[in-house]
Design a protein around this ligand. Structure first.
Ligand code: SF4
Length: 346
């Protein structure tokens, strides 16, 4: 099955392009005070290392807005300033070198204020994300999805009247169904790139499931140009989850794919540790487009292992490695990861 992506405008955020045929980009957000420059730089560097491509920073006061100037020289991914309530924070963030501004239509909506921000965006040549959240939309008579869409469209029309079109849109609901419904509707109503996410998702485990279902369903529809998996967890976990979603849909590849069996009573080796160890080793490699199979026994193992570029099927205390479908070498469980990695790198 091939995903046909929705045609969207291209928007440039710092050095990253989104929309059009550009790959779906991964975003996350720092979780420390932006004015704490050392903590913020360290967190962004961690995110960069994990594969984050765009980072958003909470700007709650002027100190945060001014901190962007000091953070930028130390990081390499574009910075998005997340602004609520006070449009002057957006002006200061633009002045400090933010690569994109996010405004929430639910709390910055006065025409004169939006106009000032748009003038500054035009002068700096940076885009704006219209970031609607279920927590800040009104119009109680409409469904949540329709409220999200209406809020975004009203704001979009106000900004388009100012002849500004460098826009990205997000409509984050807190439920999977509202989020999917809202994005499907907005996708038919405009051609701006869409940033996908579900807000307030809950614990890391539940949050990853909720986000993966909503974002995955939309990506399958061809909708979405950037994604964030919001988790109540370390920011880099959001990036790893986002990578997993994009890889699962074959939209991006970030390294070799590991397929492994769930194990059952037939497995006589510690497959969980072997796969964990292999994943850690491969996450640091630059190898792409290869598939590694790790199977616990001979029932399905040899067949699955044969279909991968390299694979191992375990028997009693030893594994048989297959390379391009052919039996190649026997290994002990202890030497398996080292051997697989060595032959992947060749
Ligand atoms: Fe069980 Fe073997 Fe299947 Fe793994 S490959 S789940 S060990 S039957």
């Amino acid at each position: 099955m091939k995903i046909t992506r929705r045609k969207s405008r291209v928007v440039k955020i710092g050095k990253i392009h989104i929309g059009g045929k550009y790959p779906v980009a991964i975003q996350s957000m720092t979780k420390c005070a932006t004015a704490d420059i050392a903590a913020c730089v360290s967190q962004i560097k961690g995110l960069e290392g994990a594969g984050c491509e765009i980072v958003r920073l909470a700007i709650k006061d002027m100190r945060d807005a001014r901190a962007i100037r000091k953070i930028k020289p130390h990081v390499s991914i574009p910075i998005v300033a997340d602004i609520h309530f006070d449009y002057r924070l957006a002006l200061e963030a633009i002045e400090s070198g933010a690569d994109k501004i996010r405004l929430n239509p639910g709390n910055i909506y006065k025409g004169s204020e939006v106009k000032e921000v748009v003038s500054a965006l035009k002068a700096s040549g940076i885009p704006l994300r219209i970031g609607v959240n279920s927590g800040s939309v009104k119009e109680a008579k409409l469904t949540m999805a329709d409220r999200l869409v209406k809020s975004a469209l009203d704001y979009m029309r106000m900004i388009e009247k100012l002849k500004f079109y460098d826009l990205v849109v997000s409509l984050k609901g807190s439920t999977v169904l509202d989020t999917i419904d809202a994005y499907r509707k907005i996708a038919r109503s405009c051609d701006y790139p869409l940033h996908l996410g579900v807000t307030a998702t809950g614990s890391p485990f539940r949050g990853a499931i909720k986000s993966s279902i909503a974002i995955g369903a939309l990506l399958l529809d061809g909708i979405g140009d950037t994604i964030r998996i919001s988790l109540t967890d370390e920011p880099k976990e959001e990036v790893l989850a986002a990578r997993g979603v994009l890889e699962s849909l074959n939209l991006r590849r970030f390294g070799p794919q590991i397929i492994s069996c769930p194990t059952c009573g037939r497995c006589s080796v510690n497959l969980v540790d072997i796969v964990g160890d292999l994943e850690k080793k491969l996450s640091r490699s630059n190898l792409k487009n290869q598939t590694v199979a790790v199977m616990g026994c001979v029932v399905n193992g040899p067949q699955e292992a044969k279909e991968a570029d390299i694979g191992v099927a375990f028997g009693k205390n030893e594994g048989l490695i297959f390379k391009k479908g052919k039996p190649f070498k026997k290994v002990t469980p202890a030497e398996c990861v080292k051997t697989l990695t060595k032959y992947l790198e060749k």
